[in-house]
Design a protein around this ligand. Structure first.
Ligand code: GMT
Length: 374
């Protein structure tokens, strides 16, 4: 099929999921058209089945805000007509579902019927979408979608609780390409570059927004390193980075906390990690935790949103209430202080992650698109 994918191209789970999905679908012979304002970070345009179409919003002095959804919906109309796209799949409701609805209406006026699937990812529902400024438009565009999916059961429940939804929501969980993580394991892990043999390596990956509670990551590590030698590797960048670096300095951890910034080689860092921390305030799924588990890294996380559907208590790691850094540190030490226990958690984390392998999940999306075929 010819499938148009709309997503945020920057660092962030929804863009990663959309990109990996598009690549996987192209490998199965589908023709994929990414339509967004920048080339998605994980997209390398090799192979004739993947295309990227940039949405540009020309500046005009009258505009205080550039009308991105207008430009996007116009681009969708043009691309559907030019490439005979058969279905649009938009990731993150705001403003993508709204733009897809507008495109659908414009195309309908020309006798072209284009179904669109909206995948809800998280803050498009929990933090941003339910704000009164957006809520009517988000509710409308979810209900106007031809199909709606959410990345976890918890997010589905949040959507039904926060919005007046008449549409059926299918849960299709996020996924990972297990093979990619196995390849990274087989390459030589560069552990010695960051820590010595006696130290445990603890990792956090995020976009350093408030919702990720990166200060809690440092606070948990502070307690861990009082009991065990270790290093904390902080991967990513965002608004909270500076304050978090300062916190590490204030706690006397500047030699033990390494801020690596954004990286496209997260799997190479995970390959030598012993533990992953994800203490988020809210998290519809927690793709970063799943990526860690796929590398055989156990996870200490908060028990919020969809995380308990991914990180299984006492199996792939432990969960604690948001902000409970003492319990998180205690559980982390329980895993890290004993080699046998650590190895058991590593094996089990990998086993849990295997259940989210890409093949099974991509089939579900494929079936959804096929259901629109006349
Ligand atoms: O909502 C965000 O933080 C942005 C979004 C994204 O684009 O990265 O993240 C959400 O979608 C991811 C992919 O489905 C999920 O793994 C994240 O848990 C989710 N983030 C939150 O719910 C905070």
């Amino acid at each position: 099929m010819k499938i148009g994918i709309v997503c945020y191209p920057t660092y962030g789970g929804s863009g990663v999921v959309a990109t990996e999905l598009g690549i996987a679908l192209s490998r199965k012979g589908h023709e994929i058209h990414f339509i967004t304002y920048k080339q998605p970070v994980r997209l390398d345009l090799i192979g004739s089945h993947v295309h990227f179409h940039e949405v540009s919003v020309p500046k005009y002095p009258l505009f205080h805000y550039q009308p991105y959804e207008l430009a996007l919906s116009s681009k969708l109309v043009d691309m559907v007509k030019l490439h005979k796209i058969e279905v649009l799949h938009v990731h993150y409701a705001i403003p993508h579902a709204y733009a897809a609805y507008m495109a659908k209406q414009m195309l309908a006026s020309e006798g072209i019927d284009i179904p669109f699937v909206t995948t809800l990812h998280g803050t498009d529902i929990t933090l941003v979408g339910s704000h009164p400024f957006y809520k009517p438009a988000v509710t409308f565009s979810i209900n106007a979608s031809d199909a709606v999916t959410s990345v976890s059961q918890s997010l589905k429940e949040d959507t039904l609780r926060l919005f007046d939804i008449s549409k059926k929501i299918d849960v299709i969980p996020n996924f990972i390409d297990i093979n990619k993580y196995e390849e990274a394991k087989q390459e030589e892990c560069q552990r010695h570059l960051l820590a010595n043999a006696s130290e445990r390596i603890i990792t956090h990956v995020s976009n350093f927004r408030k919702v990720k509670r990166v200060d809690d990551v440092v606070k948990v590590f502070y307690k861990i390193q009082q009991q065990l030698p270790g290093k904390l590797i902080m991967v990513g960048d965002g608004p909270e980075r500076e304050a978090t670096e300062q916190l590490a300095i204030d706690l006397g951890l500047e030699e033990k906390v390494i801020f690596l910034g954004k990286s496209n080689e997260v799997n190479k860092i995970l390959c030598f990690s012993d533990l992953f921390l994800l203490p988020s305030e809210t998290e519809s799924f927690g793709l970063a935790a799943l990526e860690a588990m796929a590398s055989g890294v156990p996870v200490i996380s908060s028990n919020t949103g969809g995380i308990p559907e991914v990180n299984i208590e006492g199996v792939s790691g432990y969960l604690a209430n948001v902000g409970d850094v003492s319990t998180m540190a205690k559980k982390a030490i329980e895993i890290l202080e004993n080699d046998t226990v650590l190895n058991e958690f590593k094996t089990n984390a990998k086993k849990v992650a295997d259940k989210f392998d890409i093949d099974a999940i991509v089939n579900k999306y494929e079936q959804l698109y096929q259901s629109f075929k006349k």
